[in-house]
Ligand binder design. Structure first.
Ligand code: HEC
Length: 482
């Protein structure tokens, strides 16, 4: 399709130019204005030789981990595009667009992962059962049960644990006991879809100022319609009551949206008085590239909500001044490395392309212009996985694991996990341990799987690792076993 060129002439009337452009676009999208589901294309065109589950047939199995054309995404895309006609693999570049070839790679990765998951046995532990992982033996213990969609965990310096429940409650676990009553007077949330009371974080100066921060979906009615946006407040807890509430971030009302998903919503402090927080693109993917909008961004404000004058887009006309980075789809994890100060983020891709990113000032993380994923219905989103001026993820998970909250481990209970990054996954129901060499991922281990959607992870002051599970709706903790 690359030989199709848009006719160009300065003398061509506008309409003819437009028609030429439309024709080129029409041809370039595979002679079809309809986005095509590559799953269907695979069944109709590839399965006859490769088998519907890639197990092989007249063509070799694609599950053997042996790739004669190369194992990386680019090589697999090339193998599909160019084929190997003398060996019986047709070239597909006339039949598939570049974006569809990219989506086909995602589909192959999904099928391979599915086949592997049937042979790879990962621990599915029950309470108290010992798990022998690569570096440590551990078991988990249930800390609190009968919660309602626990979303985020934070600890107060006195050891009390704060847990948000998505429908809009803040709970306290004190000396291993879940207090019966939720904290009263917490802000009203729009608890629909993925929204509700999401993040909780404790100010680094809590000992003296007592501030606790909440991230939530704030709802309003505009012309009789419910719209919402991620917002941040802070307050104190006195006698199990939320008091002294102040607004830290609230977006302009005309940016509020009716969709009830992709709120992002993690909160992280640095050691210079800043608060970072994430807002997902709220289901409006093109908004992630627009600096006039708060959604699809990581933001930075002072702890009281003031805008730091050294934020990257301050003074740029119409740009939301709190924006720190953009092109972020749905950032569900945000954490600061306690030693290097690096800001790490996890982000849900669509179908494929979940990302681990290093967030840097003013950078564009590419959504939806570049992505390693495809749309949920099997149609492509973009042919591009990279573009100058846009950041690459440190790693991406394709197929998606639905990556969520994370934390660095620097506790005392698991000496050989020091400095590791613990990452949760909702869809794949995993807790992953990621080993880093500086800013590079060198190893990943799935510590357990399939005991619930894993929403958040947080090191306790006791050096144990606390995990929020959705489904079973409980908090568990990992304890070392000698
Ligand atoms: C007519 C049979 C046939 C069809 C149809 C076919 N393939 Fe193949 N395919 C082959 C054969 C044979 C090979 C091995 C070629 C070789 O040895 O280099 C192959 C190789 C490949 C490879 C490279 C594997 C490697 O080891 O590097 C990929 C990827 C692939 N096919 C994907 C597809 C996809 C996607 C489709 C559908 C769009 C498809 N194939 C349709 C026969 C087929």
């Amino acid at each position: 399709m690359n030989d199709v060129q848009t006719p160009r002439s300065t003398h061509t009337p506008a309409l003819a130019r437009w028609l030429g452009f439309a024709l080129a676009l029409f041809l370039a999208t595979g002679c079809s204005s309809e986005a095509r589901d590559v799953t269907v294309f695979f069944s109709n065109n590839c399965a006859a030789c490769h088998g519907i589950n890639l197990q092989g047939g007249t063509a070799p199995s694609l599950l053997t981990n042996v790739w004669t054309q190369g194992a990386d995404d680019i090589s697999i895309a090339r193998a599909i595009r160019e084929g190997n006609p003398t060996k019986g693999m047709p070239a597909w570049k006339e039949a598939l667009t570049e974006a569809e070839i990219r989506a086909m790679v995602v589909l192959l990765r999904e099928k391979i992962a599915k086949a592997q998951s049937e042979t790879n046995i990962v621990a599915k532990p029950i309470d108290g059962e010992v798990v022998a992982s690569v570096e440590h033996k551990f078991r988990f213990k249930t800390v609190a049960e009968k919660l309602d969609s626990p979303w985020s965990i934070a600890f107060l310096p006195d050891g009390r644990m704060l847990v948000t429940e998505l429908p809009g409650r803040l709970r306290i676990i004190e000396q291993g006991k879940l207090l019966t009553n939720a904290v009263s007077g917490t802000p009203k949330v729009r608890a629909q879809g993925q929204g509700g009371l999401m993040a909780v974080a404790v100010h680094p100066g809590y000992q003296t100022n007592g501030w606790i921060y909440l991230g939530l979906s704030h709802g309003v009615k505009v012309d009789g319609k419910d719209v919402s946006m991620t917002a941040v407040v802070r307050g104190h807890i006195k006698d199990n009551q939320w008091t002294d509430e102040q607004t830290v971030f609230r977006a302009a009302q005309d940016s509020y949206l009716p969709k009830t998903f992709h709120y992002g919503c993690r909160l992280v402090f640095d050691d210079k008085g800043h608060l970072f927080f994430s807002i997902g693109e709220r289901g409006m993917k093109e908004h992630a590239q627009e600096l006039t909008r708060p959604n699809g961004k990581i933001h930075r404000v002072f702890d009281d909500g003031r805008i730091p004058s050294d934020n990257p887009f301050v003074g740029q006309s119409n740009a939301v001044p709190s924006i720190w980075s953009y092109g972020n789809r749905n950032p569900q994890g945000l954490v600061r490395h306690p030693q290097t100060g690096d800001l790490w983020e996890t982000e849900h891709g669509p179908r494929g392309g979940d990302e681990l990113n290093l967030i840097q000032r003013g950078r564009n993380y590419g959504w939806p212009v570049i992505t390693f994923g495809m749309d949920y219905n099997g149609t492509p989103i973009s042919a591009l996985t990279a573009k100058p001026g846009m950041e690459q993820p440190v790693i991406h998970w394709t197929p998606s694991i639905a990556v969520c909250g994370m934390d660095f481990y620097f506790g005392d209970s698991f000496p050989r996990w020091q400095g590791n990054l613990f990452v949760t996954a909702l869809a794949q129901q995993e807790l992953r341990r990621i080993v880093l060499d500086g800013q590079r991922v060198t190893q990943q281990e799935v510590l357990f799987k399939n005991i619930g959607r894993v929403r958040d992870v947080c090191t306790g002051p006791d050096g144990l690792i606390y995990v929020a599970l959705n489904g079973p709706n409980k908090i568990i903790r990992l304890e070392p076993v000698k």
